[in-house]
Every structure is written in C-alpha cells, then in structure tokens.
Design a protein around this ligand. Structure first.
Ligand code: ZN
Length: 138
C-alpha cells in the first residue's frame, strides 16, 4: 500500500556549475510528493495523513521563502546572511535531485511507524519536471 501527500513552497537557489541560466539566483514554486509504502495496520491504515503533515511540514516550512545554499557556495551564503535572508544550507548542490535526497534523509530521522518499508520523495522544480528519490526504511 502507498500513501502520498503533497507539499508546496517557494524557494530561491542557484547552481554555480551550470553552463546556462541556472547559475543565476532564481526561484521556483516547488512541489514535493511524499509517498510512504508498507503494510496496513489492524485499522486499515498505513500512516495518518496528519502524522505525515507533522513530520514533513517543519522541513518544508524551513525552506519556504528561503534561499537554499550548497555549503560550499560561500559567496551566496555570505550575501544572504549579510542581508538577513532566510537560508537553508545543504551539503550538496541544490538540484531537484539533491533536494529530494535532503527531504528523504530528514524524514528518515523522524520517528516513523513500524509498518512502513520505504519512502519515495518526488521534488517538482516546475509543473512538468521532477526528481524522484526512494529509500528503504529497514
Ligand atoms: Zn532552478
């Protein structure tokens, strides 16, 4: 069984290595589809939608209206701090692929129901382009 919930947020990023326009600071209306897979419990439930919200919303809320920075993008981090911007720093370049890994790793750190077997995180950078990352829970 799979259960999914969508989350939306606005966020700025840049990809300094990119040969095209993505090297410039720009924003996206991001969407994440968070999917949990596993066995139903005795009540016919995989995971409560409200529990998904409680686990995922704080992660999304940190990123909303922020600048997400690769930890090695010192110039961007310095400028963002100087003008008092909301920033989220991750240890990889801020591609949709890496943001899906970041979200999945954060979810794995939460206390999750025993009946879950995997998490799938789809991060949409635009309405028609997304990255997908799957992790097994045990
Ligand atoms: Zn972008």
């Amino acid at each position: 069984m799979k259960v999914s919930k969508e989350f939306h947020w606005e966020m700025a990023h840049r990809l300094p290595f990119h040969p095209g326009r993505c090297k410039n600071l720009h924003g996206h209306s991001y969407k994440a589809l968070i999917q949990f897979e596993g066995e139903l419990d005795k009540n016919g439930m995989l995971i409560d939608f409200y529990d998904i919200f409680k686990i995922v919303d704080p992660i999304i809320d940190e990123m909303d209206h922020s600048i997400i920075c690769h930890k090695d993008d010192f110039e961007l981090i310095e400028i963002a701090k100087k003008i008092n911007e909301r920033i989220v720093i991750i240890d990889k370049p801020t591609t949709a692929e890496n943001i899906s890994i970041y979200i999945a790793e954060r979810i794995l750190n939460a206390e999750l129901p025993q009946n879950l077997s995997s998490i799938n995180v789809l991060v949409y950078e635009t309405t028609d382009a997304f990255a997908e990352h799957s992790v097994r829970i045990k």
